[in-house]
Design a protein around this ligand. Structure first.
Ligand code: PEP
Ligand code: MG
Length: 876
């Protein structure tokens, strides 16, 4: 009943039901909170009467009476959201105390000092949470008393001292609020409930929900519970614990407690708590009961629990239990261990690991053994680590980045105008802005490490340096630093990094995932290193080998430019002939590494100008050469190139002369590539290596585009077979990456052996967004304003792009049953999108090698969830 009672309330009820010692209480539902907002922040009609009625039942259960000076019922009032939002909302303890009941508490506890301490804490919490009085003002009064009595610690103050403090607190309360501290417990209660409802919309709760994508409309419940006291003497204690270690996952109770203390003392860090293992010596019987309770809770919730408890005069009370937050490492170990312990099924285990956890583990990390000179800490905005030279300007980052330098872009904050610098940088560091700042959102989207809101940095753009406040550390432009985006650390100098590896529990879980999933997982790879990594990470083939990257290599670009600059077919063919053996070598290596697995090789896709120098830079160079009476031959050469660059200029290259359009204008390019693929295939076949090349034509929007290019590919295959005398298998298919291809999939299927959704372009062309412009300029605002639920280039847009995919799958397979269909856009490595691909029946997803494990896990989760399996406490 979490949605009605809130997480904390539902768990308290459940703990009561399974017979655990929970202080009795009542819960005001989240519905009441939502109505409170519907009524413009007023209690809904009837709510107060219902609360009073149920308080009567609570009084009967506890044998105490609310506001009774002889036998007072004291309660805690706590918020309880549906999804846990630790520390985001408010709590009031000891409610029900007033000038009269405090005397009774002193009597029943036989400890006046204790009762007065409770009362002053209550006035402080109530004043802060309900009336908004700043905490330091209360602290100031307390410190004054301590100074007066020369007492270093609170517990050295006497009952008389507390009386003085209480008088001071009450006076402060009056000064700040213009009214006296409320003495009527019922009034106290409803004021506290009001404050808890209100706290649902305090700034930190709103920000927390935004970061964690929690709906604003869930509301919070209010838990009103009989107080139990951990501060009645040395047979009392209070503590927090995890049923397993939340950072390593080790199956050992982990936590701490304080003897003779109340809840907030543990968190406040005033006294140093004891490790939970010590409780075994101090209170063996209670410890045993607590340890047994933890085992019972894990069995019941089938998950690692984060619990709060209080021991009142040797009696254990459970105050809270919830699924414990954990690191990626721990999530993996706990899931695997619980499966092996027989506590949960493999299906459940699979659902326990969040794809984001894997994301964390699969980034390059700082070598855990490295000695680090940490100079500052900020927010861990985007995981991964990077080292580079400090630059303070996006243009400079781009310039150095293009020269092959590694840079860290350091800004007070970034704006969409910095996007080119972010792209070029290894990592981003900002001194301002939170987890949803521009830098954080963009860096996460790009998978780049980012530390933001690092407020101890004083950045001086004029001097091109930053100082670390309160130190004499100054870092200048060009100095080397490292950032750890998972820990939020800024480190001086370069640090050793380690590549992620798959072993231990991660490996175990991925093997289970492979057994469960039904959709295949391939990788996008276009060089031997990535292909090897793809296999290591469990890819079942290459779903996209982009051949343009091969053209970009420094030793090849002059030949590619020669080909582009050619005026005649003969000249072009001569240049292509030089490229042929190089391309053949590329394909030979990749196909060999991927033996026995399919490799989809896409023929050239980008517009040709991408292989030529930048026109503006060239024009500047020519002007400079002229001004300095440079070599006329060089000037002439550069002018020829500039002329070509200008002739290739397009108003919108994304929609311009690229993909198969290029292959149709210059069939010799595709023919050369097809020949390279088939010659490598023949060579490997001869060597006894089984290879499965799949030739892919990009950007097809009409069947005739595929027909005409396919003829050339098939002819080339026949020629190579004849020339080499080797028979081999191959297939020819197309990307579906413009809407027209999806809408005419039935026709296209007739000519295609396979389809592969290029959802990067399909998203661009469906929305009419150019990705770089959209992500740099307005998309993050769209997401912030909830115009779109997510960046559609990250999470596949099921409604629009997904609908086109569905049409293409249905029509394609109707026309050609068994047609192999995959996806190779970046969505292929994003969990939500993988689920969609599974649901529409794709054969495989393909993504960058580092994301392959995420796709394997997400594919299994999609299958498990589709089977109607409902997890008891999965996090995904
Ligand atoms: C795509 O468009 O989804 C795709 C994979 O191609 P590229 O990203 O290379 O344009
Ligand atoms: Mg594309």
């Amino acid at each position: 009943m979490k949605s009605l009672l809130g997480g904390k309330g539902a768990n308290l009820c459940e703990m009561t039901n399974i017979g655990l010692p929970v202080p009795p209480g009542i819960i005001i539902t989240t519905e009441a909170c939502n109505e409170f907002y519907d009524y413009d922040r007023r209690f809904p009609p009837g709510m107060e009467d219902q609360v009073k009625e149920k308080l009567g039942v609570l009084e009967q259960d506890t044998g105490k009476k609310f506001g009774d000076p002889k036998n007072p019922l004291l309660v805690s009032v706590r918020s309880g959201a549906v999804i846990s939002m630790p520390g985001m909302m408010d709590t009031v303890l000891n409610l029900g105390l007033n000038d009269e009941t405090v005397a009774e508490l002193a009597k029943s506890a036989n400890d006046e000092r204790f009762a007065l301490d409770c009362y002053r804490r209550f006035i402080n919490m109530f004043g802060g949470v309900v009336m908004g009085i700043e905490h330091h003002k209360f602290e100031h009064i307390l410190d004054g008393q301590k100074k007066k009595k020369d007492a270093a610690f609170d517990h050295l103050l006497t009952a008389e001292d507390w009386r003085e403090v209480i008088a001071g607190y009450k006076k402060l309360f009056e000064e700040e609020t213009g009214r006296s501290f409320p003495q009527d417990p019922m009034e106290q209660l409803f004021m506290a409930v009001y404050a808890v409802f209100n706290s649902w919309n305090n700034d930190r709760a709103i920000v927390y929900r935004k970061i964690n994508k929690i709906s604003d409309s869930l509301g919070t419940a209010v838990n009103i519970q009989m107080m139990v006291f951990g501060n009645l003497g040395n047979d009392c204690a209070t503590g927090v614990a995890f049923t397993r270690n939340p950072s390593t996952g080790e199956n050992l109770l982990y936590g701490e407690y304080l003897i003779n203390a109340q809840g907030e003392d543990v968190v406040a860090g005033i006294r140093t708590p004891m490790p939970i293992s010590k409780l075994k010596d101090e209170m063996p019987a209670v410890y045993q009961q607590f340890a047994d309770t933890c085992i019972l809770l894990e069995k019941h919730y089938q998950n690692m629990q984060d619990v709060e408890f209080t021991i009142e005069r040797g009696k254990l009370f459970m105050l809270q239990t919830r699924n414990g937050k954990r690191t990626a490492q721990a999530a993996m170990k706990i899931a695997a261990d619980m499966v092996k312990e027989g506590l949960i099924s493999k299906e459940e285990g699979i659902l326990r690991v969040e794809p984001a956890h894997l994301d964390n583990l699969l980034h390059r990390r700082i070598d855990p053994g490295a000695k680090l000179d940490v100079i500052a800490k900020g927010l861990p905005a985007s995981p991964g680590a990077a080292s580079g030279k400090v630059v303070f300007d996006a243009d400079e980052a781009e310039k150095l980045g293009n020269d092959g330098e590694k840079v860290i872009l350091v800004r007070t904050e970034t704006t969409p105008d910095d996007i080119h610098g972010i792209v070029a940088a290894q990592g981003i560091l900002t001194s301002r802005g939170g987890m949803t700042s521009h830098a954080a959102v963009v860096a996460r989207g790009m998978g780049k490490p980012c530390v933001c809101g690092c407020e101890t940095l004083a950045i001086d753009y004029v001097a091109q340096e930053f100082k670390v406040k309160n130190t004499d550390i100054i870092i200048k432009k060009g100095d080397l630093i490292s950032i750890d985006g998972a820990a939020g650390q800024v480190i001086k100098g370069e640090v050793p990094m380690i590549d992620p590896e798959i072993s231990g529990e991660l490996q175990e879980i991925l093997v289970w995932a492979d057994h469960l999933r039904t959709i295949g997982v391939r990788a996008n790879a276009d060089n031997p290193t990535d292909s090897t990594r793809a296999r290591e990470f469990g890819a079942e083939g290459i779903g996209l080998c982009r051949t343009e990257h091969m053209f970009m290599a420094p030793d090849r670009i002059p030949v590619v430019q020669e080909m582009i600059m050619s005026d005649t077919l003969e000249e072009r063919e001569a240049a292509l002939a030089k490229l042929l053996p190089v391309q053949q070598g590329d394909f030979y290596e990749i196909l060999k590494i991927m033996r026995d697995l399919p490799v989809t090789i896409r023929l050239l896709d980008p517009p040709l100008h991408e292989f030529l120098p930048n026109g503006e830079e060239l024009a500047i160079e020519i002007t400079k050469l002229r001004a300095t009476n440079g070599d006329p031959k060089e000037i002439e050469e550069k002018e020829t190139i500039l002329k070509k660059v200008r002739s290739l200029h397009e108003f919108n290259p994304m929609l311009g002369h690229r993909g198969c359009r290029l292959g149709i204008s210059f069939p010799e390019i595709y023919k050369m590539q097809a020949r390279a693929i088939f010659q490598a295939t023949a060579q490997l076949t001869k060597e006894g290596v089984r290879v499965i090349p799949e030739v892919e034509i990009p950007l097809v929007g009409d069947i005739n585009e595929l027909k005409i290019t396919r003829v050339d590919v098939d002819e080339m295959a026949a020629q190579v077979k004849k020339e080499t005398g080797v028979d081999f298998e191959y297939s020819v298919g197309t990307m579906i990456e413009v809407p027209r291809a999806a809408l005419t999939a039935a026709e296209i299927a007739a000519e295609a052996d396979f389809f592969s959704f290029g959802t990067n372009d399909l998203t661009q062309t469906t929305f009419g967004f150019s990705r770089d412009d959209a992500e740099g300029k307005f998309l993050h605002e769209y997401v912030e304003k909830k115009i779109l639920p997510d960046d559609p280039f990250v999470v596949l847009d099921r409604k629009g792009v997904g609908k086109l995919m569905k049409i293409a799958v249905e029509e394609g397979r109707n026309a050609k049953p068994g047609l192999v269909i995959g996806i190779c856009g970046e969505h292929g490595g994003e969990a939500n999108s993988v689920e969609f691909c599974h649901l529409v029946g794709l054969d495989y997803v393909s993504c960058s090698p580092f994301r392959v494990p995420i796709a394997r896990l997400a594919a299994a989760q999609a299958k498990v969830k589709q089977g109607g399996y409902i997890s008891k406490s999965a996090t995904v």
